[in-house]
Design a protein around this ligand. Structure first.
Ligand code: NAP
Length: 307
């Protein structure tokens, strides 16, 4: 037997538990990964409560989680790219990542560089690939000004760094306690809340060219009010506003495979060009505490589970 996060019905954090389940057996093209770290994401909480049941239906018992990093424990037939003992980063498409042993399609894995920590590797997939795609979707050019909302969160903290690498002037919306971190990454910090539009205009006297919304709740309207054109606005959180105004929703049309983007991001981290802040690490048994912290929605970077 092996341990895995499970729940049997939609609900609050209390429906989450860690069960003993059968050891999974890899089929053709699959790799069994012994998970060392598995990141957690707000979307998983929305799936668990049933709030996204029309877009992402569930069957029960449900597992949880996409992000993972670990060591190859077994390979299925036809897998020649990885061997037992290899360190990998990847993702589960079956909501099964929060477990000791997880089956992953071989195409959803990439090697973990030695000097990328388990926590960082395990928390990279959802936030990293989303940030990468969001930044690409607004097509930044050298010297342009872009605003990123929730700039110090899981997705935002990576999006601001990738936008800087694209040569943009980056304005990051965050509360005061994250301003120093943003500044140290070349980002102009701006506090959100009343008066934010005026503060952004002061920070970007030449105007705002693009807007990446990683929070929702009115930032698409703010971007439009700042004069940003719809094709330069991307929201990953406000699909109603996207439908209403025709702005972009990551992942949009970018079809580059997740594992390929993961490999690019892992290389940037290994070379010291990208930082993934780790807010907290919990043992798998404390999955409820981990989501309690996440659902306060003031995480700086990533929260990660360690089986
Ligand atoms: N479409 C997709 O594929 C996709 C993928 C990933 C995530 N998402 C969605 O994107 C959103 C962000 O995900 P995440 O993992 O980055 O979340 P997260 O890490 O929980 O975001 C936390 C951040 O939100 C900030 N925040 C809280 N209230 C704010 C406000 N009123 N204005 C601006 N920022 C505020 C906090 O900043 P302070 O601490 O500074 O207050 C904190 O840094 C979630 O809704 C998630 O479901 C969508």
């Amino acid at each position: 037997m092996t341990k895995a996060v499970r729940y049997d019905e939609f609900g609050g954090i209390e429906v989450l538990r860690v069960d003993d389940v059968d050891r999974p057996v890899p089929e053709d093209g699959q790799v069994l990964v012994r998970v060392r770290a598995a990141g957690i994401n707000p979307g998983e909480a929305a799936i668990r409560t049933g709030a996204m049941a029309d877009i992402f239906p569930s069957t029960f018992p449900s597992g949880q989680g996409s992000d993972l990093a670990g060591v190859v424990a077994e390979v299925g037939a036809g897998v020649d790219r990885f061997s037992v003992g290899d360190e990998v980063i990847g993702f589960s498409e079956k909501r099964a990542a929060q477990a000791e042993l997880v089956l992953v399609d071989v195409d959803n894995l990439t090697p973990k560089p030695r000097n990328v920590s388990w926590e960082v590797a395990g928390g990279l997939y959802v936030a990293g690939v989303t940030a990468w795609r969001a930044v690409h979707s607004v097509q930044l050019e050298q010297g342009e000004a872009v605003v990123v909302s929730a700039a110090a969160g899981g997705v935002g903290s990576l999006a601001v760094q990738l936008a800087r690498r694209a040569g943009a002037t980056v304005i990051g919306l965050a509360s005061e306690r994250n301003h120093e971190w943003l500044q140290s990454h070349g980002v102009i910090p701006v506090a959100y809340g009343a008066g934010v539009a005026e503060r952004i205009e002061t920070a970007a006297p030449g105007g705002v060219d693009a807007f990446i919304d990683t929070h929702g709740g009115g930032y698409v309207e703010l971007a439009l009010a700042l004069g940003v054109s719809v094709e330069r606005i991307d929201t990953i959180a406000d699909f109603a506003a996207a439908a209403k105004y025709g702005v972009k929703t990551e992942p949009g049309t970018d079809a580059r495979p997740g594992a390929e983007v993961l490999a690019e991001l892992a290389a940037l981290i290994a070379d010291g060009h990208l930082e993934v802040p780790i807010a907290n690490v919990y043992p798998l048994a404390q999955v409820r505490q981990a989501y309690t912290e996440l659902e306060r929605r003031h995480t700086h970077g990533k929260i990660v589970l360690e089986p």
